[in-house]
Ligand binder design. Structure first.
Ligand code: BTN
Length: 271
């Protein structure tokens, strides 16, 4: 039998200290395979929106594009359920999630930026990521599970071969928050962002996203999409969250998913 979840008192208290009440269930586990997997099963069983699952550590943490997400104790592992009404511009949702995480850690003193679609970086190193998983029926999205991972306290050694490309909040600020405090910061900001999205206010969110984006506009980038890799110049992000990529022949391709990275221009050849 699976161990009973720990009471999620810290997170609920942190949420209610910020917004008065949080109607949906808030679950915290010491150890889970993946908070997204747990939340997905609650979603299928009919859990209401804003149901939250967190875990101190994950044994099967999942990243985007089928990658593993290293999930040691002390980091933040959080999943939240959304049931957006029909007509909501869902392409922006993953960007909005990355944005609110970046804003929450910036409010704690970390100079975080966002990178399309939803990575949170400090310099070239990844501080946080978002895994959005959705279920549709009859052409409409029934629910979205937004999984958020923040490297909060992990030491470089815990990232193994990825150490050079990862950073923890504890390396960046003098007093890193407890996971429950940062989770509450993120959830409250996310709730506000989702309200804006649902009411059709995409432009202000995109404006905030652009203001925190890595400054790669006009630069050569590549976007990995499983077996395919696209190369071009990053031009902008559309109102539906697609990356506008100008290809070598001048055509502009709208890219809706993938993992993007800037290509460093080759140094000019010496005479
Ligand atoms: C990425 O690859 O950038 C996305 C990482 C998302 C990790 C989080 S941690 C909480 C939730 N549970 C998971 O298994 N993954 C997400």
């Amino acid at each position: 039998m699976a161990p009973a979840p720990e009471p999620a008192l810290d997170l609920r208290r942190a949420l209610e200290a910020r917004v008065g009440s949080w109607a949906a269930r808030v679950e915290h586990h010491d150890t889970l395979g993946s908070t997204n997997d747990r939340l997905r099963s609650l979603a299928v069983a009919g859990a209401p929106e804003w149901t939250v699952v967190s875990a101190s550590r994950q044994t099967q943490g999942r990243g985007r594009l089928g990658r593993r997400w290293i999930s040691p104790p002390g980091n933040l592992h959080l999943s939240v359920l959304l049931r957006p009404p029909r007509g909501t511009e869902l392409g922006i949702l993953p960007l909005a999630a990355g944005l609110v995480v970046a804003e929450a850690v910036r409010a704690r003193g970390a100079p975080a930026q966002v990178k399309w679609p939803n990575d949170v970086l400090v310099g070239d190193r990844k501080l946080a990521g978002v895994l959005a998983e959705a279920q549709s029926a009859g052409g409409a999205v029934e629910w979205v599970c937004l999984g958020i991972g923040v490297n909060l306290a992990a030491a470089a050694v815990e990232f193994g071969a990825l150490a050079a490309s990862r950073v923890s909040l504890a390396e960046l600020v003098q007093q890193p928050p407890a996971p429950a405090e940062l989770a509450a910061d993120v959830l409250v900001r996310l709730r506000e962002a989702v309200r804006e999205l649902v009411s059709g206010q995409v432009a202000p969110l995109l404006g905030r996203w652009r203001a925190l984006s890595v400054a790669w506009w006009g630069e050569p980038v590549e976007v990995e999409q499983g077996a395919t890799t696209l190369r071009g110049r990053a031009r902008d992000v559309d109102e539906d969250g697609a990356l506008r990529l100008e290809l070598a022949d001048g055509r502009v391709e709208r890219v809706v998913s993938g993992d993007a990275r800037r290509l460093r221009p080759l140094p000019a050849a010496a005479d």
